[in-house]
Design a binder for this molecule. Structure first.
Ligand SMILES: [Fe+2]
Ligand SMILES: [Fe+2]
Length: 275
């Protein structure tokens, strides 16, 4: 079973670029086409669905996604979204209106339980999970019982060493991490926000921050004085594969690359089986 994890779409009104140079809408269109070809059981999108949370951006997001995927699409907001606009535009999408205060909910993808969390602090770039949201997570984990769990939220629960990203982190991630470790069946925590693929682990769970779909990836620098810059590195998404006992995460990039070239090995290849 495949699950596609996309993040940081930063959709703009039709015909407009993000950050002057990033054609996010075009890249979302390409990504959705690719993803549809894999026929996943679900698509999970972990926030920054739009650049500014404008109604016309959500309308464009609907145009780019609706009717193009033969599976449920599960979303949560990021710091570039606005809860009220998201809720009114995407109210028919699964889970979005489950709770009146936050866009958080649980859903089943085959044998897996997906728990989507809302880490947004309105008016701020950083994220947090208040006591109300942590209580929801605790209830949802208890309800999952023995089912393996995937958690989705925008802000990753780890620091990266990239100053620009660590300035707007998930604050006080300890409570989330403690619940993950206590439950023991959380396979992965799917996040975005950092605009880079970064992987960590905690309590048996993979902690995954995905690439931005649009291709504006944060500069990889560990200079504590670095200002926030991005490069147009390839955009991408994770294809998660569940084989019944293990989860693997494959990074799929979006773009035009030369190939496919056959793995036709030379006669001198040392791994060739001796007849
Ligand atoms: Fe983002
Ligand atoms: Fe973000």
């Amino acid at each position: 079973m495949l699950i596609a994890h996309l993040t940081d779409l930063h959709v703009r009104p039709f015909g407009r670029a993000t950050n002057r140079v990033v054609e996010t809408n075009l890249m979302v269109e390409r990504a959705v086409r690719q993803v549809a070809g894999f026929a996943p059981a679900a698509v999970v999108i972990t926030g920054d669905l739009t650049e500014n949370g404008l109604p016309e951006e959500y309308a464009e997001l609907r145009r780019l996604l609706e009717g193009r995927l033969a599976c449920p699409v599960y979303v949560v907001p990021g710091n570039h979204d606005r809860r009220a606009s998201l809720r009114s535009a995407l109210g028919a999408w699964p889970g979005v209106r489950t709770d009146s205060a936050f866009v958080h909910y649980a859903a089943d993808i085959g044998p897996l339980r997906l728990i989507m969390l809302d880490s947004v602090v309105p008016g701020a770039g950083h994220g947090e999970l208040c006591s109300e949201r942590l209580a929801f997570l605790e209830r949802a984990l208890d309800a999952a019982q023995d089912r393996p769990v995937l958690i989705g939220l925008h802000h990753p629960p780890f620091m990266t060493g990239i100053a620009a990203m660590d300035a707007i982190p998930l604050r006080a991630p300890e409570a989330l991490l403690a619940l993950i470790a206590r439950h023991g069946r959380v396979l992965a925590v799917l996040c975005g926000h950092h605009h880079r693929v970064i992987m960590a682990q905690h309590g048996g769970a993979m902690l995954l921050a995905g690439a931005a779909i649009g291709g504006h990836q944060s500069e990889l620098t560990f200079d504590p004085a670095a200002r926030p810059y991005f490069y147009l590195e390839p955009g991408g998404y994770f294809l998660l594969r569940w084989d019944g006992s293990a989860l693997t995460a494959n990074l799929a990039t979006i773009g035009d690359f030369a190939g496919p070239f056959p793995f036709a090995v030379d006669a001198d290849y040392p791994g060739r089986t001796m007849a």
